[in-house]
Ligand binder design. Sequence first.
Ligand code: PMP
Length: 354
Amino acid sequence: MKKHNFSAGPCVLPQEVIAKASAAVTDLDNSGLSLIEISHRSHAFVEVMEKARSLALELLGLEGKGYTALFLQGGASLEFLMVAYNLLETKAGYLNTGTWSDKAIKEAKLFGEIVEVGSSKDKNFKYIPKGYAVPSGLDYLHVTSNNTIFGTQIKEFPKTDTPLVCDMSSDIFSRKLDFSQFGLIYAGAQKNMGPAGTTLIVVKNDILGKVSRKIPSMLDYQVHIDKESMFNTPAVFPVYVSMLTLEWLKNLGGIAAIEEINEKKAQLIYSEIDLNPVFEGFASKEDRSTMNATFTLTDEKLKGSFDAMCKEAGVVGINGHRSIGGYRASMYNALSLESVGVLVDIMSEMERKG
Ligand code: PMP
């Protein structure tokens, strides 16, 4: 039985993407070769890379607007330091909304002065800080659009003249935004794009080249731009699967179409959390993530029976992150409304059973 996969990442991918990727591992487009045994310099793979990069820009509405898309390695975690390496000359601002922002701040501190413009650490990152001032003289301002662990999501991004850098690992391609408000976006592939192993970086070309330090080639965005994301051997399989997922999303109607579905899924689970006394939401209502719904049982004694019902129905991956416990239902683009319905039915059954 196919499971209802609520895993926080790596996570569910579209079934048709998995089928196509599996076929390509055996034989890429009737070439008599596997995707993973051809040269990354072959015409076939260069086309894949080009398509993945251009689809990313197209879906984000950034084609022809001075941006470049790159598929690099090292995860979003490497971007924590690459961003600072490439952009931080003296001082940068960071909005601290959770574990991942915290880690980004730690790395950036190695390169210059960091101003925490706002933080929700005081309430265990249950909310998104608002109304904070952005000081002048920053090289950039870094935000995390969706906090995978705590289940909060920025709905309104700060308006600022300084380049806005966004860790969009867990909600890229999930909702309509004016993506041109960002100077740089990065996202690990393993939520809304593909398998772990590649990171999408979308960078506005004119924000680069402003720091005085020397940058090692592998950490230099400009080097990767000049080499068309092929400075070294790329992660061929993750890039291929990302390309397939982006194609799938385009055929579905793009970000606008998936946003509608994502909102339905979020409404379904949050209305159950709010109406059902057996469960309690973790994140502040106005900041709730459409991707990761975090909640707890109001009576821990019910854990055994809830877990057993989930197991029985094939609902997997809903344990909360070890740092906050409880439950987390991750509802990335490829998770169906039907899967959320199955979980919600179990939740209401828990209430009926008392
Ligand atoms: N940022 C966010 C928002 C994340 O959710 C994660 C991982 N889940 C990371 C960064 C770290 O990503 P990686 O494991 O690819 O380094």
